[in-house]
Design a protein around this ligand. Sequence first.
Ligand code: FMN
Length: 192
Amino acid sequence: MKLLHIDSSALGANSVTRELSAAVATRWLDALPGLTIDYRDLDADPIPHLTGRSLAGADPAETEASAHILQQFLDADVIVLGVPMYNFGIPSTLKAWIDRVAVAGKTFRYTADGPEGLAKGKRAIIVSGRGGLHSGQPSDFQETYLRHVLAFIGVTDVEFVRAEGVAYSPQHRADALAAAHASIPLPQRQAA
Ligand SMILES: Cc1cc2nc3c(=O)[nH]c(=O)nc-3n(C[C@H](O)[C@H](O)[C@H](O)COP(=O)(O)O)c2cc1C
């Protein structure tokens, strides 16, 4: 089994999503000792913006790197995304990753009946951090966008580990982190 772990926070050691996504990976490895984990830090190791030159395959090194990113995604059984809310959406570094994995003919296609996601059978755990409170609000273009774009490419089994309101006060941050740690999903789902 393969787990792909992606971080996108620009806040380094102060990041709540980095702390939580690492905790998810550790708990999954503890539960599944044979688990293989691929890791990419999009802040330290960003992916270039998708441009016309990228689509034209003008730079062979970029084309190869892009193919590797897509293959890493296709090979993963579980995707863990550490995602801070930035300006109500996702970090642009993560958008650059999505632009490399949402690929026509590979992870989605259009049919006479409409679009079809092709990256089926994966589980995604989205670790969401927000300074304010946005759950169920029109201001949430972060989790709603991720749920939508993942479903579009076939990933419909999506769970959220959420720490929000972390900017309200140190106590809010500590409480949100503790609740988020307690909500980390494990490989074996709880019986209903
Ligand atoms: C550039 C930037 C933009 C942000 N935009 C928002 C925002 O629109 N709404 C919000 O609630 N919090 C916003 N925040 C706060 C972060 O979502 C919050 O600090 C969260 O914990 C970030 O996750 P991290 O700690 O893993 O980096 C922003 C933070 C930064 C650095």
